[in-house]
Design a protein around this ligand. Structure first.
Ligand code: ADP
Ligand code: MG
Length: 337
């Protein structure tokens, strides 16, 4: 090496090599992974590529003091959830990370959380970008699927059922607890916070629903807001029955207003909300058993009753709730509040 030659191992490349480059598995679809200008990936013949990106920004999507391991898990989980909502099979991902400084212990914990989830779903980190600045994480996931059977938002039909996986409201309750907006009994805190910090992307469910469900979306910004995307794209109204909603058990310990707020407008649960014909009910109950995930019928789709498609929520007495008066709306980064 001459005096002004470039060192092969800069701190940036050392960081990537230490924390993010892992040898490709034999027989994998990664032909060339981390380390070159591009990754080279092979996809199965006849499949479409499903791709999705999500960013997490400190102070917006997570608290400064969240554990690095949980953050690594969540950054990947929220992306995999989008693949799940299409019924895609996850294959690869890239990681663009902006860090205020190199903190090896933090990076090791972040990588541990991220790779544990990646390994659980058999997917490979194939590239990314590493820069300095305020902490922010952008992951792009790449999956495969048959384009013809993908669970699109625009394919729901009037008269079909609306279903929900797992429970809703737990993550929003965990968030409100961490923000100091609600007091919780110590025994429910870990469950609510785990829902917020360690979402479980429903990939097996999404795949099992192919050919059975008509439309699907993952609940990331709140049930009403996310379901309204299906309504808008499919040009239908949704009628949700409040008493049928599968509430997270921690919600039983808070008042009715907070309960409704978290379950209908709270985000971050990463459950799947999907639609299916009435004659698919038995098949869906079998899927619930097969993927070991509770699936609950929560409402139905109808021909629009107003000027624009919307979500209607009926209470115990089947009266339609006034969602605006209740202050229930989806999370929107640019909303004027
Ligand atoms: P380029 O200058 O071509 O953008 P970089 O120097 O940014 O390449 O990255 C070098 C290699 O390391 C590339 O293969 C890139 O995909 C990979 N890489 C960079 N950052 C990350 C990361 N955070 N996770 C995984 N791979 C990364
Ligand atoms: Mg780069």
């Amino acid at each position: 090496m001459t005096a002004n030659s470039v060192p092969e191992f800069s701190p940036e490349f050392a960081l990537i090599a230490k924390h993010f480059a892992r040898p490709a598995k034999a027989g994998s679809q990664v032909l060339l992974g981390v380390g070159d200008d591009c990754a080279l990936l092979s996809v199965n013949a006849g499949k479409a590529i499903a791709v999705s990106t999500d960013t997490l920004v400190e102070g917006v999507h997570f608290f400064k003091d969240v554990s690095a391991e949980s953050l690594g898990h969540k950054a990947l989980a929220v992306n995999l959830s989008d693949l799940a909502a299409m019924g895609a099979t996850a294959r690869f991902f890239t990681l663009a990370i902006t860090l205020p400084a190199v903190d090896d212990a933090w990076l090791a914990a972040f990588a541990r959380g991220m790779f544990a989830l990646a390994d659980q779903h058999g997917i490979a980190l194939v590239g990314g970008d590493t820069t300095r600045g305020p902490l922010s994480i952008t992951i792009t996931v790449i999956g495969e699927q048959d384009a013809a059977t993908a669970l699109r938002r625009d394919a729901a039909k009037a008269g079909q059922d609306i279903w929900l996986s797992g429970t809703v409201g737990g993550a929003a309750l965990g968030l409100r607890y961490l923000q100091g907006h609600v007091a919780l009994k110590p025994n429910v805190v870990p469950r609510a916070v785990a829902r917020l910090e360690r979402p479980d992307p429903r990939l097996a469910l999404g795949r099992a629903l192919l050919g059975v469900a008509t439309a699907a979306i993952d609940v990331s910004d709140g049930l009403i807001g996310d379901l309204s995307h299906i309504c808008n794209r499919s040009k239908l109204d949704a009628v949700l029955d409040w008493p049928s909603l599968p509430l997270h058990p921690a919600l039983l310990s808070v008042g009715p207003e907070m309960r409704m707020q978290c379950a209908l407008a709270g985000g971050d649960d990463y459950e799947l909300c999907f639609t299916a014909p009435i004659d698919a009910r038995d098949a869906i109950r079998d899927i619930a058993t097969a993927v070991d995930t509770p699936l609950t019928r929560v409402g139905a789709l109808i021909v629009p009753t107003g000027e624009a498609p919307r979500v209607l929520v009926r209470d115990e007495l089947a009266s339609v709730l006034d969602l605006t008066a209740l202050g229930l709306h989806a999370y929107d980064h640019f909303a004027l509040r």
